[in-house]
Ligand binder design. Sequence first.
Ligand code: RB5
Length: 142
Amino acid sequence: MKKVYIASDHGGYALKKDIIEMFNSDYEFIDLGCNSEASVDYPQYGRMASEKAVEDNTLAIVICGTGLGISIAANKVKGARCALCINSTMAYLAKEHNNANVLALGGRIIGKELARDIVDTFLKTPFSESERHTRRISEIEL
Ligand code: RB5
């Protein structure tokens, strides 16, 4: 079963629980916190999940209220390509073109069913492996 790291702040906690419940028969989620609706700071959760995804060469999902703060934090990690997606077309292209390894979501922005589409698409879509996309991604790390 593919391992997926997942982390949220309090603003993403409810959606994180929904996602784990919706997909736990297909993926092994490693939940890095937080563990309640009590207020916490999103940067540490974004960085932690992003670092784990890069280290293990796997995927992570990070969730805060808007998805903005946690995606900014996740993208500070070398090797991380975190994409904040609000629909499944973005999730598809984030994988196909950008080979994103971290998906960011806004728990106060999207509902459970939209999140289901986005997560499903993100986890299933492969990178295109095309020369031009590979080249552009390598330019990000310069
Ligand atoms: C927390 O109130 C909120 O600021 C956070 O979840 C997120 O939306 C930040 O970008």
